[in-house]
Structures are given as structure tokens and as C-alpha cells.
Write a protein that binds this ligand. Structure first.
Ligand SMILES: CC(C)(COP(=O)(O)OP(=O)(O)OC[C@H]1O[C@@H](n2cnc3c(N)ncnc32)[C@H](O)[C@@H]1OP(=O)(O)O)[C@@H](O)C(=O)NCCC(=O)NCCS
Length: 177
């Protein structure tokens, strides 16, 4: 199964491909975070994805011609790059595509002079656990990410104020490149 990676520019993706990516990201986040939000907020939009592509901040993974996943990759500061909105097609999950996307994000970041790659994991802050987020934390651990710091989710994203089903925090993991 050969996976190829692309950091598309505006015009490189068809309308159908933009829509596939937006629908994929919105769907997988809705499924895994439904219990954290009182009001579902779509994780992304066509406009946001188009902006990320215009800034060359979105990685697309393909098998053959078909898109199988992606994530954004952007600068957080001079030393740290961050990825997010990581998603792979549900029917192809568990086959190493997610790991390969993160590896690609790491090698691109290293090539661009960053020392660290960051991953954010939304997690309940009321003492409760969350099986899917626990799986993600342990998976990222296996991929070389360590706990770095955390902040309240509402502090990071103003627009979610009042929309959470329970208080949440953002756990920030960091991997040395
Ligand atoms: C997280 C996500 C990107 C992982 O993508 P993926 O292509 O399944 O990633 P991989 O196959 O490289 O690894 C997934 C791990 O979970 C296991 N896994 C995940 N889904 C699985 C499934 N349906 N069946 C079997 N194993 C599965 C894999 O065995 C693997 O564990 P391992 O590395 O110990 O073998 C994908 O599940 C997803 O889109 N999740 C929803 C969005 C999300 O939570 N994004 C991250 C937010 S911080």
C-alpha cells in the first residue's frame, strides 16, 4: 500500500476533494468528540480548508489518486510546528496511515528548521476520563510524543465558550524532531 503525500497549493485540489476532506474531518471529530460538546461545532469548513491550502499548511495523504487522510501543519513559533485536524478515512483506519501522516509532518517540520512537533488533544477537565482520547494519548506516546503542557480549552478557542458539555482542557504533547 503506497501512500504519497502532497502539500497542495490553491488550484491543486478539485472541489470534490475539498469537500471530501471537510466532510471527513467534520465526521471523524463529531464521532469521537460528540460527548464533549453541548452544541456540535463542525471542526472545520470549506473556507478554513481553502485558507490552509492557500498558506501551504495542509498535508494530503493519497493512495493512488484517492485521498485517504490529511492534517494541517503550521508554525507555532520559531522552534515549534504543530499538526492538527488529523483524520484518515474510517474504512482504512488501523493500517498505519495516521502514523505515516505524522511521520511526514515531522520530517517536513525538521526540514523547515523546527526542533519540535506539537499535537493537541482535547480532554475532559472535570476529572472524568475519555476512552477515545486515552487511546489517542497512548498512541501519540508510542509515536514519540511526550506531555508538554496544558491549557483550558475555552482559553485557547474563544468561540467555544458555553458550548462544552463538560469543562475541557487541551493537552499539548511534544516530540523532539
Ligand atoms: C487518529 C487517527 C488519525 C489514526 O489514524 P489511523 O490511520 O487509524 O492510524 P494508524 O493506523 O497509524 O494507527 C492507529 C492506531 O490505532 C489502532 N486502530 C485505530 N483504529 C483501528 C481500527 N479501526 N481497527 C484496528 N486498530 C485500530 C491501530 O492499531 C494503531 O495502533 P498501533 O500503532 O498501536 O498499531 C484516526 O483514527 C482518526 O481519523 N481519528 C479521528 C480524528 C482524531 O481523533 N484525530 C486526532 C485528534 S488529536
Amino acid at each position: 500500500m503506497e501512500i504519497t503525500f502532497q502539500i497542495p497549493q490553491t488550484g491543486d485540489l478539485t472541489r470534490e476533494e475539498y469537500e471530501l476532506l471537510v466532510n471527513l474531518i467534520v465526521k471523524v471529530y463529531e464521532e469521537t468528540e460528540a460527548d464533549l460538546f453541548k452544541t456540535q461545532i463542525p471542526r472545520t469548513s470549506l473556507e478554513e480548508l481553502q485558507e490552509l491550502v492557500a498558506e501551504k499548511q495542509f498535508i494530503v495523504a493519497r493512495i493512488g489518486q484517492g485521498i485517504v487522510g490529511g492534517c494541517y501543519l503550521r508554525r507555532r513559533n520559531d522552534e515549534e510546528a504543530e499538526f492538527g485536524m488529523l483524520a484518515t478515512l474510517p474504512e482504512l483506519q488501523g493500517q498505519g496511515i495516521g502514523r505515516r501522516i505524522i511521520e511526514f509532518a515531522g520530517s517536513e517540520s525538521r526540514k523547515n528548521g523546527f526542533k519540535y512537533l506539537l499535537a493537541d488533544v482535547l480532554y475532559p477537565a472535570d476529572g472524568s476520563s475519555h476512552p477515545y482520547k486515552d487511546f489517542l494519548l497512548s498512541w501519540y506516546g508510542k509515536l514519540g510524543f511526550n506531555y508538554h503542557r496544558e491549557l483550558t480549552f475555552e482559553a485557547k478557542y474563544e468561540k467555544v465558550k458555553g458550548m462544552m458539555a463538560r469543562p475541557c482542557k487541551m493537552i499539548i504533547l511534544r516530540k523532539t524532531l
